[in-house]
Ligand binder design. Structure first.
Ligand code: FPP
Length: 255
């Protein structure tokens, strides 16, 4: 396991943070960062709060991390908001989450636009409420010309479902060549490069059906920090760790 689980708590002042950022910018950055935003429920329970409070604070973390990622120079950020398996949660929590997504997309549209964030959704939209689908489409349209950072929100997303549906679509099209490249054209991520760095806060070390294909050669970074506590520093630690890895893509080192 690689990662620096204990360093997220380091105290650092604004000036040092700026210096750190500058240093990170001098080396190649991951072009596509993916995050499994885990630990909201446990964060809340630890404080004697309802799980929903963890999700509410989780939204604030996402806003901060989107801003920090953009400022650092990361071009593509994909976050896991709701999986195809998350419907198995208690109905009260699912209803809360859907409502939270709706309110957030409506409320944040202006700020996303002002910050030049282009939003795109990954996942099976048809399985979501009509009014949520509508607000998602509206947000995508409104931010379609933004090019500061591309924020992909995976909502009702499952990687196996994405691959299966892509395979079906390719068969229907009767593509001559059943190749990797042609299959990828039907992914939600078809306009996006492969994942370079995949971050999972919350202490679990698994992929949970997230971007299995796209993360085939991603560097993985796990941290104990719960998502609501995740800060710019944790992002920097993950990026710094990424920059110290040797990516071989199946080759031997030093070629
Ligand atoms: C995992 O925590 C988080 C989720 C199921 C998704 C919720 C994510 C947010 C509310 C932040 C992003 C918001 C938007 C608007 C895209 P968990 O409940 O699995 O935590 P646990 O593992 O501690 O139970």
């Amino acid at each position: 396991m690689r990662g620096l689980p204990d360093k997220g708590g380091i105290i650092i002042n604004k000036k040092e943070l700026e210096k750190w950022k500058k240093k990170l910018k001098e080396k190649p950055l991951p072009n596509h960062v993916a995050i499994i935003m885990d630990g909201n429920g446990r964060w809340a329970l630890k404080r004697g709060l309802p799980r929903e409070e963890g999700h509410r604070v989780g939204v604030e973390t996402l806003k901060k991390i989107t801003r920090s990622s953009g400022e650092l120079g990361i071009k593509n950020l994909t976050v896991y908001a709701f999986s195809t398996e998350n419907w198995r949660r208690p109905r009260k929590e699912v209803t809360f989450l859907m409502d939270l997504f709706h309110r957030t997309f409506e409320r944040e549209a202006k700020e996303l636009l002002a910050n030049n964030v282009r939003v795109f959704f990954f996942g099976n939209r048809a399985g979501l409420a009509k009014n949520l689908q509508k607000i998602m489409g509206k947000l995508e349209n409104e931010t379609a010309n933004c090019d500061g950072i591309f924020l992909n929100i995976a909502l009702n997303y499952g990687s196996r479902q994405e691959i299966t549906e892509a395979a079906k679509a390719l068969c229907r099209k009767g593509e001559q060549e059943f190749s990797e490249k042609n299959l990828e054209k039907f992914f939600y991520s078809s306009n996006c490069p492969d994942v370079d760095l995949l971050i999972r806060p919350g202490g679990e070390m698994r992929l949970s059906n997230f971007l299995l294909w796209q993360a085939a050669y991603a560097e993985l970074f796990f941290t104990e920090t719960f998502w609501p506590d995740f800060t710019e520093k944790d992002l920097y630690l993950a990026v710094e760790d990424f920059q110290n890895r040797q990516r071989r893509f199946g080759r031997v080192g030093g070629e």
